[in-house]
Design a protein around this ligand. Structure first.
Ligand SMILES: Cc1ncc(COP(=O)(O)O)c(C=O)c1O
Length: 420
């Protein structure tokens, strides 16, 4: 199970350590729930993909965890950002990411977003037929056009994006009109964008999409006399959360997708484009571990509920996608895990269950649990449900811990309320 944890995770004297720090020390200092990010893992994943596809521009799909410290760390590794809101844009700029290393996405962009993206020199991924005019008016210079080619990726329907009828991207006829309109508005139409779907452990859906994209690029050449100089193939590479999910090596998948573009483009005698990749979850998912404190243990006839001090407010993925996780008893990791339990959250929803089935050593209230592979789309999708302050995140390396997002307080929440 340790392989699901960050690269620096160890069991020392029966206790989980990350970045050389004991789980109990981190929980004691920063409180729980706490998301612990391992710097070694973040840098290792960044280097893995940069080395696998040195010719490509790699952007962090920042929606997976928009955080200034982590964006800055990736910028040091020459990784830019894909952003899709004013907030994500502000975070990327605060991390010093601008210009060519910034792509602005979104199926419902505001004029304010387009103006701010233009100020930052971002490339805008056009996603609607009326966007070329609006983007030109906002001062955008360089654009991509997001194409949706009707490929159903083998993943949960909530994270499919390239299928027919998707709210994202433009079907080929519409994309063609959008490219023509963008050019007539004087925009630099650099290329095409796709995002096939997420949590993909092989490249089957990418392969099919790339073949169709090449056919579309050939159509653009024939009908518009234009071919893409850039192909942005989005993200989607999977993270392994539980032992029976497949291993999805980021570097190998990124290389395979890149090779597929080159091969398919060559076979159609299209000029080879420069490539952009936008991995989100695969860069941060494994780096994060959430520490929870057990508040109660309820042994019923059919189930033992182990209820923790967080839940769907800090990680809604089990409810949204049926995402599966596992857990380790962080301070009794060397004891035999013999009791089959379900991990419940504290929220007022029966569906607030973090883990359906996991083996733990005789759980007791006060235990510290560690849930691995929570670095992506957990804190990023967190909410204040039940007026719950959101947890803190820390970055650990070489026995040092740095707060990279402070814990919210009840006073923070009260500050938003109308008060007499
Ligand atoms: C346009 C785009 N790029 C990149 C990503 C990142 O996806 P993932 O975290 O699955 O790599 C997404 C996710 O929704 C996306 O929509």
């Amino acid at each position: 199970m340790l392989e699901l944890f960050p690269d620096s995770a160890r069991i020392e004297e029966g206790e989980l350590t990350v970045g050389g720090l004991r789980a109990s020390a981190l929980a004691g200092r920063f409180g729980t729930p706490l998301v612990v990010y391992c710097e070694q893992t973040l840098r290792a994943r960044a280097r893995e993909i940069r080395e696998a596809v040195p010719e490509a521009l790699v952007l962090f799909g920042s929606k997976a965890f928009p955080n200034v410290a982590i964006l800055r760390l990736f910028a040091e590794e020459r990784i830019g950002a894909d952003v899709s809101t004013l907030g994500e844009l502000a975070f990327a700029r605060a991390a010093g990411i601008e210009g060519e290393r910034l792509v602005f996405h979104g199926n419902a962009k505001s004029d304010d977003e387009l103006r701010t993206a233009a100020e930052a020199g971002a490339t805008v991924a056009l996603d609607a037929e009326d966007e070329p005019g609006r983007a030109a008016a906002a001062g955008t210079r360089r654009v991509l056009v997001r194409v949706t080619l009707g490929v159903e990726a083998d993943t949960h329907e909530a994270i499919q994006t390239g299928h027919h009828g998707s709210k994202f991207g433009l079907p080929p006829d519409s994309a063609l009109r959008t490219i023509a309109a963008a050019r007539s508005h004087g925009l630099d139409v650099a290329g095409l964008h796709i995002h096939v779907g997420s949590q993909l452990a092989d490249i089957a859906a990418h392969q099919e999409t790339i073949e169709q994209l090449a056919a579309f690029a050939a159509r653009c050449r024939d009908e518009l006399g234009w071919t893409p100089e850039v192909v942005d193939i989005g993200g989607g590479f999977a993270v392994r959360h539980v032992e029976d999910e497949p291993i999805a090596p980021l570097g190998e998948l990124a290389r395979a997708v890149t090779d597929a573009v080159e091969l398919v483009w060559d076979s159609r005698a299209l000029p080879r484009p420069s490539l952009v990749l936008e991995p989100g979850r695969a860069l941060v998912g494994h780096a994060g571990v959430t520490l929870y404190r057990v508040r109660s243990v309820k042994r019923l006839a059919d189930v033992t509920w182990v209820a923790v001090d967080g839940g769907m407010s800090d990680n809604p993925r089990p409810q949204l996608y049926g995402a599966r996780y596992t857990a380790l008893s962080a301070t009794r990791a060397d004891e035999p895990a013999t009791e089959n339990v379900s991990i419940a959250g504290l929220h007022c929803e029966s569906g607030d269950v973090l883990i359906d089935d996991v083996l733990l050593p005789d759980p007791r209230s006060g235990d510290l649990l560690a849930v691995p592979a929570t670095g992506a789309y957990a804190l990023a999708m967190s909410s204040n449900y039940n007026a719950t302050p959101r947890p803190a995140a820390v970055l650990v390396a070489d026995t040092e811990a740095r707060l990279i997002r402070r814990r919210e307080t009840i006073d923070d929440l009260l500050a938003f309320e109308y008060q007499e």
